[in-house]
Design a protein around this ligand. Sequence first.
Ligand code: SAM
Length: 241
Amino acid sequence: MTEIEQQLLRVYDADYARSYDERFIANAHYRVKTEFETETLRRLLATCRPWLDVACGTGWFLSRFPDVPRTGLDLSPAMLEIARRANPHDAELRQGSFLDPIPEWSGRYGLVSCMWYSYGYASSIGALRSLVANLACWTADDGACFVPICDPENLGRGIRVPFRRRMSGYPPAPLFITSVTWTWDEGDGRLHPDMVAPPVEAMVALFDEHFREVEVVRYPAFHWWTRRCRKALIARGKRRA
Ligand SMILES: C[S@@+](CC[C@H](N)C(=O)[O-])C[C@H]1O[C@@H](n2cnc3c(N)ncnc32)[C@H](O)[C@@H]1O
């Protein structure tokens, strides 16, 4: 297991897993986000099945759709333990890293999701590229991928990171800012270090390598005073490998 994975398991332990839904899903602060994602999943699942939720965590979203054939993948045994209790009967729940290939899942899922900025744990753009390749590989040819995006402008007030800049220097060549990294220190010894957050245009470019259509959907405003809405990607029409 890599150092990054060991660090992740120290954060996502049994205590964290027990309080996760209350803090990050059911909490009033995240009501708009949770409702929008649940409704978007409902809309996609009407035609795109079966469903694979990558980095499924406690399986809260999976548990909203008991009639859908569904699979969850997560690295943390503690999070999966809660997911098993939330999805007691029919969901397939598997422990493993989203960076590893799983050849038997190739083209198997009508919908593949990866939510709550989990892709940031890839920790480098090279690793994120492998994760996106896995998401695309596991999606059926006529399926869809749903990935809420951690655009830098949603991390903090006023952070605006352009993806492509025309350089005025020499030689005159375009410059691409492919990511910022961020660390979240929860203050109780739990640290989420060096999470990657490519600007939304960079995320679109990563998915565009695998899908013909990459749509950016915007959430309703999180608070009435902000216009920095959260965003998500919906990718469809898998390109031939
Ligand atoms: C912020 S939680 C999101 C959980 C869930 N998707 C949600 O929307 O509530 C991040 C999850 O990503 C998982 N994770 C992080 N790195 C992973 C990896 N390399 N492979 C699989 N899961 C990973 C963690 O264990 C954790 O459950």
